[in-house]
Design a protein around this ligand. Structure first.
Ligand SMILES: [Zn+2]
Length: 343
């Protein structure tokens, strides 16, 4: 293993931008399909993986949503989250905040309780077995109506102690943050933390970013690349101390060959950048370590940059101060030991 890959592998990390439905590996998908007697249109795992071909956000989403149809029972949701946390615990992720999209499941008749109870069981069992801490962020699917989102929000309220934040994802075209302003306002009142996707190079992206920051008052933006085009948005993000959850593989998909200009641009401007995996099962199995390695190979990120990224992620995490101090302590110890050796 090259030294930088070894450094990344050992680095204490947090992941803040990962969609649980996007961590469903083909093997588990086959297993769950058999368990629930769901027919998959693929002969085997290889054929399924080969079908993961997409060229933009809508074509990606079509493949992505097909996958979630195998999730039915509490045990399925438990297995999904447990598999992801087991995997990233092996990559030295100490803490994760994971998106889930209830509308993908409640629309198919899966009760909210089944989903959240299964997810919570998986989370707690992974903490018991691997020591990894984690929480959930409920994401609304933005191409569906505000009424549909509000219905999910209402059904989540009895479980709000199991959900740390609210997010917004999926197809951004004609679905601005303002469409969900009322839900996010109520969410804040109910104590949820707020984040929102502003995907790369979407229609009206600058206005969407402005709405997310100024009108909704999010604490983070997921992706948020196009903020770099506008000095006034950069200034607003800095003034508010916003964090950005950037995903190198997804960036490469949207802007091939641009040498991770997004991550590099944010880092150089002193914006509070974090690096994440997004939908690893649909992105050639690239989890957080592989995404960080992309930032090294394509944008020249070095050990000190990765320490900054990890520090930002621990600062961005929606956790109590005792856990934050513990995570920072482990990072500092690692950085001191490793960077001293390197010098
Ligand atoms: Zn995402």
């Amino acid at each position: 293993m090259q030294p930088i890959a070894k450094f990344i592998a050992g680095l204490p990390k947090a992941e803040l931008h990962v969609h649980l439905e996007g961590t469903l590996e083909a093997e588990l998908k086959f297993e769950l399909a058999a368990r629930n007697a769901v027919d998959l249109p693929y002969a085997d795992v290889e054929a399924m993986r080969a079908s993961y071909v997409y060229h933009d956000l809508p074509s990606f989403l079509a493949i992505f949503y097909e996958g979630s149809f195998v999730l039915h029972q509490e045990a399925d949701f438990r297995d999904l989250v447990y598999a992801y946390l087991k995997k990233v615990a092996s990559q030295n992720v100490l803490y994760a905040e994971m998106f889930f999209d209830p509308q993908q499941h409640t629309d198919r008749g899966v009760p909210f309780a089944t989903m959240i109870e299964g997810l919570t069981r998986g989370r707690l069992e992974a903490e018991r077995d691997f020591g990894i801490r984690s929480q959930f962020i409920l994401c609304f699917v933005r191409e569906r109506s505000a009424q549909s989102a509000m219905a999910v929000f209402e059904s989540a309220l009895p479980y709000k102690h199991l959900i740390v934040g609210l997010g917004l994802d999926s197809d951004e075209k004609d679905n601005p943050p303002a469409k969900f302003a009322e839900i996010f306002r109520r969410g804040r009142e109910e104590g949820f933390r707020l984040t929102m996707h502003c995907d790369v190079d979407q229609q009206n992206t600058h206005e969407h970013i402005r709405q997310a920051i100024e009108d909704i008052g999010v604490e983070r933006i997921d992706h948020g690349a196009n903020l770099l085009d506008r000095p006034e948005l950069i200034a607003a993000a800095k003034e508010r101390g916003l964090f950005f959850t950037v995903c190198p593989y997804a960036n490469e998909m949207m802007r091939p060959g641009e040498n991770q200009s997004i991550a590099r641009g944010m880092l150089d401007l002193g914006l509070r950048l974090t690096l994440n995996s997004d939908d690893p099962a649909y992105m050639e199995g690239k989890y957080i370590n592989e995404n960080m390695l992309m930032a090294h190979e394509l944008a020249g990120f070095g050990p000190e940059d990765f320490v900054t990224v990890s520090r930002n992620a621990f600062d961005a995490a929606w956790i109590d101060e005792d856990l934050r101090a513990e995570l920072h302590g482990r990072l500092t110890a690692y950085a001191e030991a490793q960077l001293m050796v390197a010098r």
